[in-house]
Design a protein around this ligand. Structure first.
Ligand code: ADP
Length: 544
């Protein structure tokens, strides 16, 4: 027997309606590419998204069509995020840090015909124009800033002009696709994850439920995490749900720019990858103060080193260490502490925060060994992390081969991450499977070594990669970007690591780099490092 309750589809358009009606004081503040600081409320955001939806229909955009974006975080990008799915079309965000080749691959694979671009990317699109013969362009600016361009381009503000600012959004099934995001393709071609209205709505509800208490009422949030990758961790949807103000940093993501924006805009919670927080912490130390209202950061995408967590916590900033991936919408786990955990001594609390927290409601987790056998959640057993839930991908867009491999026989998605789970339900990521170092039949977690080494005052950033070794299979090489002008020696790093690691887990050698290569999502690119140091000869092999 069915329940006798209404069944209204969970559609994203309901979010804008809700925020516009319920949170008149909340605002979207955007540091725009044009150089100004723009402010508007959720009601104006809805009105403009309505105008845009009419404009899209006038351009012939149909339900199911892919509409691409190539843009920083700003109000116009947010408007596209809401207008496109509201009429049943698909918002396809493209990461501008990808190579031109990957971008073209993605645009073709997705079948994009229309792309909304920031001014920044117009020259790049002009260069790619010949490879994208079907494409039409909308430059997200006003007439005064519209560039001379060879593109068949429309001006965003002109496009909105004259269209009604109100409408009743269409109804359609909640399982309709709403968004498309490709993985970064660090291994093989990028693969497309198709989010649905339902999955994004459930993700927003779950995120609000687990993070809401720490965020507080109507928080002022800085999404440094880009709208162009993984839905900015769902903030375009969770934001209106909780009446948040979103402070959009545009292209300026260096420590000084973020410090200023956080301080003047009263940012309370800031979300981004560890490399961003490293920049901000350096700026805080240089200025001798944190941005006044900042009290919470959410970090994920790669492991947040303990020294960095402690740096913020000592300033009174609560660090929430989360885990997720493109294929999980993305939030899979998050690290808000229970009252008992908050009462623990500093050291124990920091140890907890180094892990990736507990699973989000609706995301089930299991860890399995190489034979596919479930491992106990005892905090020690390691295995590949598999997840299942309404916000987890069931396959990849137009990619039957990758889809066939995505799920195990029980229908769980294999993350490629190696993890352990404690009896209290706390997840700890040990490594990406492909980054683990196999030495003499044992595994060395690159994350563990990096976390320790980066705490050395002479280390700004570091990464551990495996080099082939005739006797041990693989041995770890530590790549270091030195802090200031002083480089650490291998012996100094060993002194720091020795109390925490077994002798065979210590890196065999240390090499210095001026800059760490980063992936399109701001993580240290171990793939690039592996290529760069492929011919490096380890000390014990030099005389051989
Ligand atoms: P890509 O970096 O290829 O674009 P995603 O952005 O989807 O892919 O990143 C997902 C991956 O990032 C995860 O599978 C995991 O390896 C890593 N990751 C995410 N959060 C964390 C974290 N808090 N600690 C360690 N690794 C993380």
């Amino acid at each position: 027997m069915n329940g006798l309750m209404m069944h209204r589809p969970l559609l994203q358009s309901g979010l804008l309606d809700y925020a516009a009606e319920s949170f008149p004081a909340a605002e979207i503040v955007s540091r725009r590419v044009e150089g100004d600081l723009h402010r508007q409320g959720w009601a104006a955001t809805r009105a403009r998204a309505v105008q845009l939806s009419h404009a899209l229909e006038a351009l012939g955009v149909q339900p199911g069509d892919r509409v691409a974006t190539l843009a920083w975080n700003g109000h116009r990008h947010l408007e596209v995020y809401h207008a496109v799915p509201a009429i049943g079309a698909i918002c396809h965000t493209i990461n501008p840090r990808l190579s031109a080749e990957q971008m073209c691959f993605i645009a073709h694979h997705a079948g994009d015909r229309l792309i909304f671009t920031d001014l920044t990317f117009v020259p790049m699109l002009e260069r790619l124009q010949d490879q994208l013969p079907q494409m039409r362009y909308v430059v997200m600016t006003d007439r005064a800033h519209m560039p001379e361009t060879a593109l068949d381009a429309l001006c965003y503000e002109d496009l909105l002009q004259g269209h009604p600012t109100d409408r009743v959004w269409p109804d359609f099934p909640e399982t309709t696709v709403s968004g498309l995001c490709y993985t970064s393709g660090t291994t093989g071609d990028p693969k497309g994850t198709l989010y649905s209205h339902r999955s994004n709505m459930l993700h927003a509800l779950a995120t609000a439920a687990v993070l809401g208490p720490d965020l507080g009422p109507q928080p002022r949030i800085l999404p440094v995490v880009p709208l162009f990758h993984v839905n900015a961790w769902g903030l375009p949807f969770t934001g209106p749900l909780i009446g948040a103000s979103l402070i959009m940093p545009g292209p300026h993501l260096d420590g000084a720019s973020l410090w200023d924006l956080c301080d003047t805009e009263g940012v309370e919670s800031a979300w981004g990858v560890p490399t961003i927080w490293q920049g901000l912490l350096a700026e805080i130390r240089a200025r001798g103060a944190k941005p006044a209202a900042l009290r919470h950061i959410v970090v994920g995408g790669s492991a947040m080193p303990r020294s960095l967590i402690e740096g913020f916590e000592k300033l009174g900033v609560d660090v929430n260490h989360a885990w997720g991936m493109t294929e999980t919408s993305p939030l899979g786990s998050q690290g808000s502490l229970t009252p008992e955990q908050r009462a623990l001594p500093f050291d124990q609390r920091m140890a907890l925060k180094q892990g990736q927290g507990r699973r989000v409601f609706g995301v089930e987790m299991k860890i399995v060994d190489d034979a596919g056998l479930r491992q106990p959640h005892d905090g020690r057993a390691m295995g590949e992390l598999f997840v299942r839930g309404n916000t987890v991908t069931a396959g990849y867009f137009k990619n039957p081969e990758a889809s066939a491999k995505a799920l195990d026989a029980e229908g769980w998605f294999g993350t490629g991450d190696i993890a352990s789970i404690s009896p209290e339900g706390m997840l700890t990521l040990r490594d990406r499977a492909k980054d683990l170092i196999k030495s003499g039949g044992e595994w060395i977690s690159s994350i563990d070594v990096e976390n320790l080494a980066v705490a050395h005052p002479k280390v700004a950033q570091c990464a551990v990669i495996a080099l082939p070794h005739p006797k041990w299979d693989e041995r770890p090489l530590l790549v270091v970007k030195p802090a200031a002008n002083e480089a650490p020696t291998l012996a100094e790093i060993h002194d720091l690591l020795r109390p925490h690691l077994a002798g065979w887990q210590l890196p065999d050698d240390l090499v210095l780099v001026d800059e760490m290569p980063l992936t399109a999502t701001g993580k240290i690119s171990k793939l690039t490092l592996r290529h760069r140091f492929a011919d490096h000869v380890l000390p014990d092999l030099r005389d051989a």
